[in-house]
Design a protein around this ligand. Structure first.
Ligand code: HEC
Ligand code: HEC
Ligand code: HEC
Length: 144
């Protein structure tokens, strides 16, 4: 009687541990994609990251431009053209221009491996900038 009871406990125990293992495996392999399988922590895209976070931490787009101007990598841009961002970037960075917005954004955020803070701090996730409509499957850029 006691032996049969022990066998039953073992079987139930084994079944339970395989369920626990399966759940753990699923959690371990499910990638955390913003807005797809995980919370979208940057629903506004660019401006959720590119803002002033402290006195010496100004990552706003206007400051990013000013830094590139200082480094001689960007033409000077009037304040009037930096009002409604990122939309106004497209004035110069049209898809058929010499510097299309998508291409310069992909290069800025997705090259350089471990040197690039978008890759090391934000997992290089496309969906920090892009958003998908689950009904239609169409993909857009947040804020444009
Ligand atoms: C989730 C956070 C995040 C989002 C969203 C994001 N960026 Fe960035 N961006 C970064 C980080 C981090 C860097 C620094 C990359 C590096 O280490 O070189 C960066 C760098 C840049 C730079 C500097 C490039 C250079 O060559 O100096 C520009 C300009 C820029 N981002 C514009 C944008 C625009 C425009 C968007 C929206 C279309 C955007 N970013 C969306 C985090 C973000
Ligand atoms: C008045 C036109 C103009 C506007 C507005 C403009 N850009 Fe540019 N941008 C340029 C030109 C021209 C270049 C190429 C500069 C070069 O290679 O010498 C460039 C280059 C860049 C580069 C590449 C720099 C490099 O090191 O290769 C980034 C990144 C960039 N722009 C981001 C932006 C963002 C973000 C905005 C909006 C906040 C913006 N730009 C608005 C004209 C503009
Ligand atoms: C830093 C923001 C940012 C990230 C990260 C990003 N994109 Fe983009 N992507 C853009 C912008 C801005 C455009 C241009 C939209 C426009 O011109 O209307 C774009 C456009 C595109 C396009 C249309 C073709 C083109 O180049 O304009 C494709 C395809 C695309 N992205 C795929 C991806 C994929 C795949 C990833 C991840 C590996 C990714 N993007 C990551 C900002 C981003």
């Amino acid at each position: 009687m006691r032996a049969r009871w022990m066998v039953a406990v073992l079987i139930v125990g084994f079944a339970l541990s395989s369920v626990v293992a399966a759940v753990a495996a699923e959690q371990a392999t499910l990638p955390a994609i913003p807005g797809i399988t995980a919370e979208d922590t940057h629903p506004n895209g660019c401006t959720d990251c590119h803002r002033k976070v402290s006195a010496d931490g100004d990552y706003s787009l206007a400051t990013e431009i000013a830094n590139m101007v200082k480094e001689g990598r960007h033409p000077r841009v009037s304040d009037r053209m930096l009002q409604d961002l990122p939309k106004q970037c497209i004035t110069c960075h049209k898809p058929d221009s010499k510097y299309p917005f998508g291409e310069i954004m992909h290069s800025a955020h997705l090259t350089g491996g471990a040197e690039n803070h978008f890759i090391t701090n934000y997992q290089g996730q496309c969906m920090h900038c892009h958003a998908m409509d689950p009904q239609t499957g169409s993909i857009t850029v947040k804020g444009l």
